[in-house]
Design a protein around this ligand. Structure first.
Ligand code: UGA
Length: 472
């Protein structure tokens, strides 16, 4: 099939490359010339495992191209995906849908013939219907059939040929760090259509034929339900994380251990262990802004009471960041001023370079504002982190990052942090030989496990003071 994908960020670029990988002919479209230039050269402008390979392979196979030209996109295909961002609106909790609207505004007037637009971006419920109305106003109308109408003009493939547009919603559930796998082998495909027997269903069956052949559930529903499925899924995941983090707060006071607790309740199949990872909480470009946008939209619809609990979910999540800073302060004897704190992790989760609303960077920034000398190390997100907090120290290696640290805070559970040898880490921070001159008064070095990803016993045995979120 021929198709376009509008937006070439984490979602759009992955979708475009994966659709090509499935054998479709794909044109990726973006208004950002730098991104398009980089993708055209075969370079992924961000880090996502496995994406580079399929991008290169499909560009070389001639199935994948990129452009900033909407006219080219309008002529290239009759099926268009929208995968642009819907960030939080400045000064509000609501989602900013301006980029989605812009695709409709700039694309629809250029269309001839019958087109299907499949939205993948996460949008407030009602967006698809309002975009349908918007598109209707922008469509070329059929030429006026006057009695002496010039037939030759009508039959040419002139730019004035009429068009129809159907808008359907096909939300995306990919996780960063697993985006390729999630797109090629989704656990379900959801499609919100305008009416029963819509053409969208037939087209989606063809687009996702390989996944459907493998038995992937295909759920066709109305558009508002499909839009709500996506935000509900993210709201549920956020709630699950904040639930365990709320229990963390009680564990800390009562002397419990939240990880042991999560393991124990997770064995109940109705509960499940996934997304009960207690610690610094959720961040990124989706969960935080999606729960806020969901609340804002419910408020607009007059159902604000229904989602007030999400405010608490948000608050519990944010408190974890403060707790991490408090632990560092406590371990340093009450003041962060002049201390050397190394924060391991800047990305909002491992296997990603995304620092949008990253709990790790938020902690690093707060520590710095409280007077600590903060060093941040992340295997992939250093450049993005520097753009947000240019004043922190960004060494070139993990070894360098640990040198001279008074406290090490693990804020993102990258494999290389989880597997860090505590004895070696002790050597690196320079505390291995406390008997050395000038070292006698130095307190035992501390590690704060913000993701409950280290083995407490091993770290303590190596001579570290171990602190964690959710451990009393
Ligand atoms: C999330 C959803 O998981 C995807 O299904 C959805 O498609 C995506 O948002 C989106 O809307 O585009 P993502 O933001 O990539 O995916 O990351 P998650 O794996 O959900 O993690 C979100 C945050 O929760 C991370 O900061 C992670 O560290 C944190 N988390 C996750 C926990 O604190 N504890 C856990 O047990 C799991």
């Amino acid at each position: 099939m021929q198709m376009t994908v509008f937006g070439t960020g984490y979602l759009g670029a992955t979708h475009a490359a994966c659709m090509a990988e499935l054998g479709h002919n794909v044109l990726g479209v973006d208004v950002d010339e730098a991104k398009i230039a980089s993708l055209t050269k075969g370079e992924v402008p961000f880090f996502e495992p496995g994406l580079q390979d399929i991008l290169t392979r499909n560009i070389q196979a001639g199935r994948l191209r990129f452009t900033t030209d909407y006219r080219e996109a309008a002529e290239f295909a009759n099926v268009h995906f929208i995968g642009v961002g819907t960030p939080q609106k400045k000064g509000s909790n609501a989602a900013d849908t301006r980029y989605v609207k812009a695709v409709i505004d700039d694309l629809v007037p250029l269309l001839s013939g019958d087109h299907l637009i499949l939205g993948k971006s996460t949008v407030p419920v009602g967006t698809a219907a309002s975009l349908q109305k918007r598109a209707k106003k922008l469509l070329r109308t059929p030429p006026n059939r006057a009695p002496h109408h010039d037939e030759t003009a009508e039959n040419t493939d002139s730019p004035a040929a009429p068009a129809t547009v159907e808008i359907a919603w096909n939300p995306e559930f990919l996780r960063e760090g697993h985006a390729v796998e999630d797109t090629l082998r989704p656990d379900r495909i959801v499609l919100g259509v305008r009416a029963k027997n819509s053409r969208a269903e037939e087209v989606a069956r063809e687009v996702y034929a390989s996944a459907l052949a493998e038995g992937t559930p295909f759920l066709v529903m109305d558009r508002p339900t499909a839009e709500l499925v996506k935000v509900s899924a993210n709201a549920f995941l956020a709630t699950k994380i904040s639930f365990i983090n709320a229990v963390s707060e009680v564990c800390e006071i009562a002397g419990g251990d939240v990880t042991a607790l999560a393991d124990a309740i997770g064995y109940d199949e109705r509960i499940g262990r996934k997304f009960l990872g207690a610690g610094l909480g959720f961040g990124g470009g989706c969960l935080p802004k999606d729960i806020r946008a969901f609340m804002a939209r419910a408020g607009e619809l007059g159902a604000d009471q229904a989602l007030t609990f999400l405010r608490e979910v948000d608050a519990i999540n944010m408190r974890r960041r403060e707790k991490m800073v408090e632990l560092a302060r406590r371990v340093l004897g009450g003041s962060l001023i002049g201390s050397n704190v190394t924060v391991l992790g800047a990305a909002f989760k491992p296997d990603s370079d995304d620092v949008r609303d990253s709990p790790a960077l938020s902690v690093a920034g707060s520590l710095s504002l409280a007077g600590a000398n903060v060093t941040v190390y992340d295997p992939k997100a250093m450049e993005n982190a520097k753009k947000i907090f240019p004043t922190l120290n960004y060494p070139n290696s993990l070894e360098e990052a640990l040198r001279g640290a008074d406290v090490v805070a693990v804020a993102t559970e990258w494999k290389e942090f989880r597997e860090l040898d505590p004895a070696r880490a002790l050597e690196l921070i320079g505390a291995a030989a406390p008997a050395e001159e000038g070292q006698q008064d130095r307190p035992a070095p501390a590690v704060i496990d913000g993701r409950n990803c280290l083995d407490r016993a091993t770290w303590e045995a190596a001579g570290w003071r171990y602190l964690a979120l959710g451990v009393g």
